[in-house]
Write a new protein. Sequence first.
Length: 368
Amino acid sequence: MRRLFTSEAVSEGHPDKFCDIIADTILDECLKQDEESRVACEVLAKDETIVVAGEMTTNAIIDIKKIVKDVIKEIGYDDYEPEVINLLNHQSPDIAQGVDIGGAGDQGIMFGYANSETKELMPLAIVLAHKLVALATKFRKSGEFKWAKPDMKSQVTIEYNNNEKRIDTILMSIQHDENYNEKEFKEFIKTNIMKQVAKQYNLNEDFNVLINPTGRFVIGGPKGDCGLTGRKLIVDTYGGYAPHGGGAFSGKDPSKVDRSASYMARYIAKNIVEKGLATECLIELSYAIGVEKPISIFVDCNGTNTIKIEEIIKFINNNFDLTPRGMIKTLKLREPIYHLTARGGHFGREFLDDEGRIECTWETCKAF
């Protein structure tokens, strides 16, 4: 039976991702100075205004305007000089009293997922979508990709037909200079980005191609669209292939289980698949604010498990500390690494930096 499945990804210059990066850079700066910082930071960007809002409890002294300016420069919006409005204040004592004793920073449900479809143990469509944007961004920054600007989106449709899979369609929308050679621009995308990523995964190169379907993409970033933290949840996770609890990651310190438990759920799911206990694994964890241990653990392996689900849940309880403090310690989540997670998806990467130095701890496999 023929089925189609599609996932998308966005670049660091996309207005929503731009906001995620600012929020996580603020978090990192707090953690550098005070690893016990509690941060819940939201960012909104529209036209010439950026609003930074939320709650923090930290001993760190940070310059919000400088952080915003540095992120703008790093991404490449050289002609963008917005007004920055800072609405950050202290965390509510009602929340703090539950977190102080080691409880979760909020209630909620979190999901983790892994399958054996790719070497990353991730769904194929989202892996390809991220690779496309990453390669295009790399070429833009090196100067090889002429006329390209920071705001980009990719979308990949995979065709599944019985046991075979192929790329059906790749769509890319990439911001460009006012004066550009459209034919050369599109040929570069097709040849040096789309086909190169397909080759990396030994996939077909005769897919359908869509590039800037409106015919023009000059105005991008916050000037083209309003940006907001937490609006690219599916891009950040599994491309729609698995459920999402609804809680965003960026701007939140790891006492917030929206982030730490989602990372732990991925860590567990990946370990289960890597250990051969299943070829597909979905984990759901639920928490109550101020309570240490999860209320529930749900496991679904879609019939691919090699041992009983009850045994898998027992394996999880025996080998993983699911308290907020335990997850933070296991995955080393007090490190200032979060601005790197805001680019290229939070899952499916062995290292967070391009140099292969900063290990993505929730993507490692544990020895049992």
